[in-house]
Design a protein around this ligand. Structure first.
Ligand SMILES: *Cc1c(COP(=O)(O)O)cnc(C)c1O
Ligand SMILES: [Zn+2]
Length: 459
């Protein structure tokens, strides 16, 4: 095995304010710039040292680690140098995240969408969503701080549309109970029963409040500002660095060839799309890939502030209406300023957005599921977005597409059931189609009756 297979503890990480440029100690529990209030990002001030190696050499190292018998290096930390290069291997918390499959859409599904594409199924992560990528980096980092500072009873806290709390409480539950406590704030009645069961099962303190996600977020932000807690929302830039692994992984699965690639991503709080763009920029700067992909961001027309910004040039928070893509039902995305900078700096000619209706989201999910892809409603949103973009001629259908299915379909089984029962609240504005519905058929426990009903012919 190559000598550089095991990463060294290196680099110099700081928080840098994306607005005023001031830098701060990475070991501080801060999440916004104490001077100007803007977002922070994790920056390796010695990043350029990585350019001493060729892109080809980096690809070789990452490919070798993919086969790793070193468990800690087989997940997102096979990209250690690009995520948290100062993190000692012994502090890595690896629960199995960071190797999700890409699966080719079959012919019928491709024909329905209007182009061939690949689905990257991040639902096959430990807590069944991509949020595990960011929790693996954030909780590994917390584990490191707790060890070197010998801290006790650190409160890990987040607001959530469901999946953040599932991931946060899962990763926190792996650490010693004397060291961390886990608290999640959820909007009452706005997460599915499956999503609620996850933090409860991991033993977190689950607090439900009236309102929507944006209301939970405001409270958690105040707590993080005024009290000594470890914030686990994507405002914490240490989560973003872990989520960059989604981009690294796609590139690796395509053998580092991103020619003509478009990545389709649902947008909620915009942490995911930020991380994906940052991840591709890293690879591009190190010459591991030759070109940046096109990014297609998708939102429901019930929560589409970023689509409106792209269409009108003006950003304004929107008041959300109910969406089945609940995890992306956010009216004022925290990471919008980062998206804006990345688009202006790198993706101006390759960043598209599109909004889709609630009916299209459900049809996207159900149709994908009927063709071998257990995608969630946000995955359905991505599929529907790609379909609409192609039909509208916004994107050339000869491109290569990777569609992000951000979580596991089972988390959103309630919406499937509502569709089948035609029981959606009118606020969703969903029109159902009988051919997409399905129901169990009750019959007698008798083979010949069943055979008769199925129209079987005796051998
Ligand atoms: C969080 C989440 C999103 C939205 O991601 P952001 O980073 O908030 O834009 C989409 N889908 C699922 C399943 C999620 O959990
Ligand atoms: Zn600042």
């Amino acid at each position: 095995m190559a000598v550089d297979y095991i990463p060294e503890v290196a680099g110099n990480l700081v928080y840098r304010c994306i607005n005023c440029g001031r830098i701060y100690d990475i070991y501080e529990f801060i999440y916004t710039c104490p001077k100007c209030g803007s977002l922070l990002k994790v920056e390796d001030t010695k990043f350029d040292r990585l350019k001493a190696r060729s892109g080809r050499k980096w690809a070789e190292i990452f490919d070798a680690r993919k086969m790793a018998t070193h468990l800690e290096l087989s997940g997102i930390f096979r990209f250690h140098e690009l995520i948290l290069p100062m993190l000692p291997i012994e502090d890595i918390i690896y629960l199995g995240e960071g190797q999700t499959p890409i699966v080719k859409a079959n012919q019928e599904l491709s024909a329905w969408v209007g182009a061939g594409f690949l689905v990257k199924n991040d639902g096959l992560s430990p807590s069944a969503s991509f949020k595990d990528r960011g929790m693996a980096s954030a909780i590994s980092f917390l584990n490191h701080i707790i060890r070197i500072k010998d801290l006790e009873c650190v409160l890990g806290i987040c607001a959530s549309t469901g999946d953040t709390s599932a991931a946060a409480s899962l990763y926190l539950s792996y650490l010693p109970k004397s060291k961390v406590k886990s608290v999640v704030l959820l909007p009452k009645g706005k997460v599915t029963p499956q999503q609620l069961s996850q933090p409860l099962g991991s033993g977190a303190n689950v607090i439900e409040i009236p309102g929507v996600f944006d209301d939970c977020m405001r409270i958690v932000e105040e707590l993080a500002r005024d009290y000594n807690v470890f914030l686990l929302n994507s405002k914490n830039p240490v989560r973003i660095v872990g989520q960059k692994s989604y981009a690294y992984e796609i590139a690796q699965q395509l053998d580092w060839d991103t020619t003509n690639l478009t990545v389709v991503v649902p947008i909620g709080n915009a942490g995911n799309i930020t991380a994906i763009m940052e991840g591709f920029v890293d690879l591009y700067e190190l010459h591991i890939i030759d070109n940046l992909p096109t990014i297609l961001g998708v939102q429901s027309h019930h929560a589409d502030p970023i689509v409106r910004w792209r269409d009108t040039g003006k950003y304004e928070p929107v008041k959300v209406s109910p969406s089945v893509a609940q995890a992306s039902m956010i009216g004022d995305p925290v990471s919008f300023p980062k998206v804006k900078q990345l688009v202006e700096g790198y993706f101006s000619d390759r960043f598209y957005t599109i909004s889709v209706t609630e009916t299209e989201i459900m049809e996207g999910m159900l149709t994908a599921n009927r063709h071998g892809h257990p995608v969630c409603t946000q995955g359905g949103e991505s599929v529907a977005g790609l379909r609409r973009a192609i039909n509208a001629g916004m994107i050339n259908k000869t491109k290569r597409f990777v569609v992000d299915s951000t979580s596991q379909q089972l988390k959103f089984a309630t919406f499937q059931q509502m569709y089948f029962n035609n029981s959606f609240d009118s606020a969703y504005g969903i029109k159902t189609k009988d051919e997409l519905k399905n129901r169990p058929i009750s019959m007698e426990a008798d083979p010949s009756t069943i055979a008769k009903k199925l129209g079987l012919k005796r051998k």
